[in-house]
Design a protein around this ligand. Structure first.
Ligand SMILES: Nc1ncnc2c1ncn2[C@@H]1O[C@H](COP(=O)(O)OP(=O)(O)O)[C@@H](O)[C@H]1O
Ligand SMILES: [Mg+2]
Length: 385
C-alpha cells in the first residue's frame, strides 16, 4: 500500500505512526527533516513546521530532565545545535536477544568477530588487534541494522546509530559538525557505532554545490575508519554498494554481505514471524516458502503480520489469505515456478484444479500432467527440498 502513496502521503502516514506510538523524539526528528525537505519547495510550510518544533521544546532538553540525567550515569548524547534533536539513536538490548536469521557463512564471520573481541588479550599477545570496522552491504530489510543491534548486545555495549541520510539533509556546514560530534562521542564511550546509509554522502556528492565541504566530510570519515580505536567497533551500512567511494571501501577491516534469504531461511523466517499462529498456517509452509522466495526478511515479516491481524480479527480465512498472496506473487514467477506452485497446491491443499489454474495461471492440462509426473524426474529451478 505504501508503494501507491505519493511522497506527501507517506510523510503524513509516518508522522501519524510515530505520534500514535508516542515516539515524541522521533516525531521531532522527522519534522525537522520535513523542515529541511520543504525549505526550498514550500518555504511557508517549512516555516510553520519549524515554529511548531520550536514552540514545543524537546522533552529531553527541559531542565528537569537534565537534572534527572545527572543523577544517572547515562552519557549525554550529542544533539544538533539548531533542532536540539539527538544525533544518535540508542539501542540497549539484553544479551539474550533473539539472534537474526543468518546464512551459515554470515553467522561464521560474525561469530569470529565476537570471538576476536572476547579474546582480545590473546590477540594482543600476538601483536594483533581485533576487527575494528566493518561495512554491511545488502538490500533494505535483510537485517543489517538488526544484526548491528544483536552484535552490540552480544558484546555487552550499547549500539549508537547515526543516520547519515538525516545528517546529510541538514545544512552542509552543520552536517560536518554533527558528524564530528557523533564520532567523538562514540570514541569516548564503550559502544558499537553504526553509520547507517553511508551512501547518503556519496549521493549528495553528485550535486555540484559545496563540493569542497563534502570532500572534507568524506575525508573525516576516511580518517576515522583508519584511526578507530581498537576498543571501539565501527560499522557502516549501505543498500548501495556501487555508490561507495573505493577509497572508503578499502579501509574497512571486514566487508559483510547480506543476501536475500535462500529457501531454508525463508522457511525459518516464516516460522519465526508466525509465532503461535504457526499452528494455523503450518500446513501451508511449503507453499508460503515458495511464494516468499526472493523477498527480504522485512517484506516477509510485513505480510505475515498482516495475515495474523486478519486472522485475529476474522476478516479473512487462512485459505483466502494464502490465495491472495499467491495471486499477487505469481506474476513475478517464471512459468516453471508457477507450474511447480500449481503442483504443490494440488498436493497440499483441497483446492480444485479449476481454482488452482485460476490462481496460478497454469492450464489444467499442464497441472494434471505434472501432478502425475514422478517427483525427482523434472526438478525445477528453485525447488525446495
Ligand atoms: N536476518 C533477519 N532475521 C530476522 N528478522 C529480520 C532479518 N532481517 C530483517 N528482519 C526483520 O526486518 C526488520 C528490518 O530489518 P533491518 O535490519 O532494519 O534491515 P536493513 O537494515 O538491512 O534494511 C527487522 O526489524 C526484522 O524485524
Ligand atoms: Mg537498516
Amino acid at each position: 500500500m505504501l508503494d501507491e502513496m505519493n511522497d506527501d502521503q507517506k510523510d503524513l502516514a509516518q508522522v501519524v505512526r510515530l505520534a500514535l506510538a508516542e515516539q515524541t523524539e522521533d516525531v521531532r526528528l522527522f519534522v525537522a527533516r520535513l523542515v529541511r525537505k520543504y525549505r526550498n519547495s514550500n518555504p511557508e510550510l517549512a516555516e510553520q513546521l519549524n515554529l511548531f518544533l520550536r514552540s514545543k521544546q524537546s522533552r529531553t532538553a527541559t531542565p528537569l530532565r537534565k537534572a534527572l540525567n545527572t543523577t544517572t550515569t547515562e552519557p549525554i548524547l550529542p544533539v544538533d545545535d539548531e533542532s536540539r534533536l539527538s544525533l544518535l539513536k540508542v539501542f540497549k538490548d539484553p544479551i539474550d536477544r533473539e539472534s537474526p536469521l543468518l546464512s551459515a557463512d554470515l553467522e561464521e564471520s560474525l561469530q569470529q568477530l565476537i570471538q576476536e573481541r572476547k579474546q582480545a588479550k590473546k590477540l594482543a599477545a600476538l601483536g594483533l588487534h581485533p576487527t575494528r570496522s566493518a561495512i554491511f552491504v545488502g538490500q533494505p530489510g535483510v537485517g543489517k541494522t538488526l544484526t548491528a543491534r544483536w552484535l552490540a548486545a552480544q558484546l555487552g555495549v550499547p549500539l549508537y546509530v547515526l543516520d547519515l541520510t538525516a545528517v546529510m539533509s541538514s545544512l552542509l556546514g552543520r552536517s560536518g559538525s554533527n558528524l564530528r560530534a557523533a564520532l567523538d562521542f562514540a570514541k569516548r564511550h564503550p559502544c558499537v557505532l553504526l553509520l547507517d546509509e553511508i551512501d547518503a554522502i556519496a549521493k549528495r556528492r553528485s550535486d555540484e554545490s559545496d563540493v569542497g565541504e563534502l570532500k572534507r566530510l568524506v575525508t573525516v570519515i576516511l580518517q576515522e575508519v583508519d584511526e578507530w580505536p581498537p576498543e571501539g567497533l565501527l560499522f557502516a551500512a549501505t543498500n548501495h554498494a556501487e555508490l561507495i567511494d573505493p577509497a572508503l571501501w578499502r579501509r574497512f577491516d571486514l566487508i559483510v554481505e547480506f543476501k536475500l534469504p535462500e529457501m531454508p531461511l525463508v522457511k525459518d523466517a516464516i516460522q519465526r514471524f508466525l509465532g503461535p499462529d504457526y499452528s494455523v498456517f503450518g500446513h501451508w509452509i511449503d507453499i508460503l516458502t515458495f511464494a516468499f522466495n526472493g523477498e527480504s526478511f522485512s517484506n516477509i515479516e510485513r505480510s505475515i503480520q498482516r495475515f495474523r491481524r486478519a486472522l485475529a480479527l476474522g476478516t479473512a480465512s487462512d485459505a483466502e489469505l494464502i490465495e491472495n498472496l499467491i495471486k499477487s506473487r505469481v506474476f513475478v514467477l517464471e512459468h516453471q515456478a508457477r507450474v511447480y506452485l500449481a503442483v504443490l497446491l494440488t498436493k497440499q491443499t483441497h483446492l480444485t484444479q479449476h481454482a488452482i489454474s485460476d490462481i496460478t495461471g497454469v492450464s489444467r492440462d499442464t497441472i494434471r500432467k505434472y501432478s502425475r509426473a514422478k517427483k525427482g524426474k523434472r526438478r525445477l529451478k528453485n525447488e525446495p527440498d
